[in-house]
Ligand binder design. Structure first.
Ligand code: ATP
Ligand code: MG
Length: 271
């Protein structure tokens, strides 16, 4: 099954999150657990090979953007899916509330600096999209300002794509009930207390506003050069399968080759 096609937001289409089932698992069932785990393992191994090729080729980079509501599994996805990748060719950047220095610049300044080097995979745990999500929901800047940002983001991502940055953006889609279950789980498990704060419950009150803001970001900013994927994420095992599969499909579509040697290998004397 081609996951890239199945979960990609078609450029120009209007996303309604209510119409996308966060429990969807493309026909896979929990009882097929072993089969699914084997598929994820295979993808993880293939990702390692593809990353090696990306690194050897040293021509382009892969930028993976992860966005989601709290507890939807951004950290878990990174931990599971990227577990086989050589750390030397991979960077993860988590975008928190901007610092004073960052606020003294345009919103893409800190983002641009974190774009992966040629040959590398870069992961954004949150991203420039926060500037049309939390910023919009809490009216941190006026509407005239955030409303312009969709176009600015599209132009920025086009600039990156034109400069050999391959972009894949993932929205991990969970249901409101599932978020509550995960919050409760964090409250009940001592080892997970560090993951939860009153702020998470305060943000949960804005669920509908966030869904609306996500729908706009997904609708306005899914382009041929920087597609959004809406990943059903209530089932963690399916989320990992879908994300790893799309990364593999994306890298395979690049048809990468090991570079030709710069020397005549036959003339090198091994002595
Ligand atoms: P976890 O999911 O493990 O809690 P996290 O990504 O939520 O990790 P936190 O330190 O809890 O990390 O939260 C980062 C916070 O920074 C989020 O609330 C996010 O909305 C906020 N943030 C990120 N970018 C911006 C921005 N441009 N403007 C305002 N707030 C932002
Ligand atoms: Mg948080």
């Amino acid at each position: 099954m081609n996951f890239t096609k199945r979960y990609r937001v078609k450029p120009g289409s209007k996303v309604k999150l209510k119409e996308r089932d966060p429990d969807d698992s493309a026909g896979f069932k929990k009882k097929d657990r072993e089969e699914i785990e084997a598929l994820v393992r295979k993808n993880i191994q293939r990702l390692d090979e593809l990353q090696y090729l990306l690194y050897a080729e040293n021509k382009r980079s892969l930028l993976m953007v992860l966005q989601a509501m709290d507890a939807a599994g951004k950290d878990g996805t990174i931990r599971h899916v990227m577990t086989g990748v050589n750390p030397q060719g991979c960077t993860v950047t988590s975008f928190k509330k901007p610092s004073d220095e960052e606020l003294d610049h345009d919103f893409l300044w800190r983002i641009h600096k974190a774009v992966p080097n040629k040959g590398d995979i870069g992961i954004f745990n949150r991203s420039h999209y926060e500037d049309v999500l939390v910023v919009r929901v809490h009216e941190i800047v006026p509407e005239e300002v955030w409303a312009e940002r969709y176009e600015q983001i599209n132009r920025f991502e086009k600039l990156l794509a034109d400069n050999n940055v391959v972009i894949a953006k993932f929205f991990l889609h969970i249901g409101k009930d599932e978020q509550l279950r995960r919050f409760q789980d964090r409250l009940q498990d001592k080892n997970k207390h560090w993951k939860i704060s009153p702020y998470d419950f305060a943000e949960r009150k804005y669920w509908n506003e966030y869904q609306k803001a996500y729908e706009d970001a997904l609708s306005k900013c899914s382009t041929a050069h920087a597609p959004w994927y809406v990943i059903p994420a209530n089932k963690k095992w399916f989320r990992d399968l879908a994300v790893s599969q799309i990364l593999v499909e994306t890298l395979e579509s690049l048809d990468m080759r090991f570079p030709e040697p710069k020397f005549d290998i036959s003339k090198i004397k091994v002595e």
